[in-house]
Design a protein around this ligand. Structure first.
Ligand code: PEP
Length: 261
């Protein structure tokens, strides 16, 4: 990672932890993380929607330095969208980061690149930061089209964004075959794709935006592998699924510097 960009480590809990379990998990995480961890790394937690109010209350009451995130939202602020959650409701709850275009949303719920782009606009309009996920399937990797896939996703996602808007968002490179499978991309493979994503941002948006935008790696990251990814020059953070459910493991990932060797 580059010294100019603040590292960001995010825990995506997916559909795990009810609001009681969520409180316990965040309390334990807050106990394990020290002031210097928060000075070095921005830490976001993304519980299910039904937990957000409880975690917001806990963060406020205990003045925790963890940042509240959501896993998804709709592109519209209100209307006839039964079962959906408005980005305006998330903003009202103090949510600061919203994951958009996670591969599970794209694959299981049919979200297109265009719909993801609309969500990015909505999230930023409400003053929150999108974490925009991109990544290739195993078949695409084997066919040698990984870079074409992620470049295309970046182009559509950022087409309507200004340089300033892109500087404040986060991109997560998540090879789909590595999510929840225990398989990692190697750190050098991830670096190569992340560098290509940064180049794409430079050509679609601007060079200053490419230099400022933070790019995470995600896919079966564990405490033992975090430091290796974070040593790569273009990887600025980690999006962590399974391992973020265990506060001890997640804290060790946030503290990747201390557990580097
Ligand atoms: C994710 O959910 O974005 C993710 C990377 O999951 P895991 O760490 O479990 O692979």
């Amino acid at each position: 990672m580059s010294g100019e960009r603040t590292p960001i480590v995010s825990g995506n809990w997916k559909m795990n932890n009810n609001h009681f379990e969520a409180i316990q998990c965040v309390q334990k995480l807050a106990y394990l993380l020290q002031k210097e961890d928060f000075e070095a790394v921005e830490v976001t937690v993304h519980p299910p929607f039904t937990d957000l109010r409880s975690i917001q209350t806990l963060i406020d009451a205990d003045q925790l330095r963890l940042k509240l995130g959501a896993q998804n939202c709709h592109a519209e602020e209100k209307g006839a969208f039964t079962g959906e959650v408005s980005p305006a409701f998330l903003a009202k709850l103090g949510v600061q980061y919203v994951i958009v275009g996670h591969s599970e949303r794209r694959e299981l719920f049919g979200e297109t690149d265009e719909f993801v782009a609309r969500k990015i606009v909505a999230v930023q309009r409400l003053g929150m930061n999108p974490i925009v996920c991109v990544g290739e399937t195993l078949a695409e990797r084997e066919a040698g089209v990984t870079l074409d896939k992620v470049r295309g996703q970046v182009q559509v996602a950022l087409a309507k964004r200004t340089s300033e808007q892109v500087k404040s968002l986060v991109i997560a490179y998540e090879p789909i075959w590595a999510i929840g499978t225990g398989k990692n991309a190697t750190a050098s493979d991830a670096q190569e794709v992340v560098a290509a994503i940064r180049e794409e941002v430079a050509s679609v948006v601007s060079r200053p935006a490419a230099q400022a935008v933070r790019i995470q790696y995600g896919g079966s990251v564990k405490a033992g592998t975090a430091a290796e990814f974070m040593r790569q020059p273009d990887i600025d953070g980690l999006l962590v699924g399974g391992a973020s459910l265990d506060p001890t493991e997640f804290a060790r990932i946030v503290q990747y510097r201390r557990h580097a060797y």
